[in-house]
Design a protein around this ligand. Structure first.
Ligand code: ADP
Ligand code: MG
Length: 250
């Protein structure tokens, strides 16, 4: 078996007496798209912060590309792309200035960095926005720029926490297509956290997370079969007891 790009074993995390993660185990293979699906408060963002090395778990093991953060943080971060739940571009700078700053953090500069920016911008169809101030961009386009930024270092693993919150349906669909394109062209593995069932319908596998526990992992077809329902939305209700949320458009 190929080594997983991400391997979580019995990961635990509490905020005071609130057990946000109660022993989460999950593997992601190279080139695999995994949807982390669960309601608000399930622990998705907490898991992302642990996967991206922002903080350590109270217990369990987190390995990326066969390494742990304790001894190999910089090696890991070189191969990682992260899109956080909150927006994080500098609104007063141009798109290019934002991207250059981030590229520099990864040791990219000059011609190579400009090439990476232009290629990624073309891939996500945002070339014409590149010299505009971020403030003038729609929420959807800002999100796309954040994804461009997260892919400048050609990450082997891209972590995206609710990347489509506030986006309209067309942009959300496009986002899904771009992400699958990224996987197809670069073998990028993707962990996509969301509370929206429709966003993970095309994932290779779905991990259902409820109240700090992954209650089931499988292909969309396996999840539907396990629940004995017709649709993934009904399977989600049956397995989690949670009503799916409709997307809120900005
Ligand atoms: P999700 O991203 O799935 O909505 P979170 O990881 O944000 O879930 O939250 C999981 C649980 O941890 C919730 O009960 C939330 O209130 C709590 N929580 C999250 N972040 C913090 C924090 N910084 N301090 C205290 N509690 C937190
Ligand atoms: Mg969250």
């Amino acid at each position: 078996m190929t080594e997983p790009v991400l391997a979580l074993t019995d990961v635990r995390k509490s905020y005071g007496s609130n057990e946000a993660l109660k022993g989460v185990s999950l593997d992601i293979a190279p080139g695999e798209i995994v949807g982390l699906l669960g309601p608000n408060g399930a622990g998705k963002s907490t898991l992302f912060q642990i996967c991206s090395g922002l903080f350590s778990p109270d217990g369990g093991e987190v390995r990326l590309f066969g390494m742990g953060y304790k001894d190999n943080a910089s090696e890991i971060l070189k191969q990682l792309g992260v899109v956080f739940q909150s927006r994080s571009l500098d609104l007063d700078m141009s798109v290019r200035a934002n991207l250059k700053f981030h590229g520099n953090l990864f040791g990219l500069s000059g011609k190579l960095l400009n090439q990476r920016i232009d290629t990624a911008a073309a891939f996500f169809a945002v070339t014409e926005l590149i010299d505009k101030p971020v403030r003038t961009l729609s929420g959807g386009n800002q999100r796309r720029i954040e994804i461009v930024r997260a892919t400048l270092n050609m990450p082997a693993l891209l972590l995206m926490d609710e990347p489509s919150v506030g986006l309209d349906p067309t942009t959300r669909k496009l986002l899904g297509q771009h992400i699958r394109g990224l996987r197809d062209t670069h073998q990028t593995s993707i962990l996509w956290a969301t509370h929206l069932v429709e966003e993970v319908e095309h994932a290779d596998r779905i991990a259902l997370i409820v109240a700090g526990k992954i209650i089931r992992v499988g292909t969309p077809a396996e999840i539907i079969a396990a629940a004995g329902t017709e649709t993934l939305a009904d399977a989600y209700i049956a397995l989690t007891g949670v009503k799916p949320m409709a997307a809120v458009v900005e």
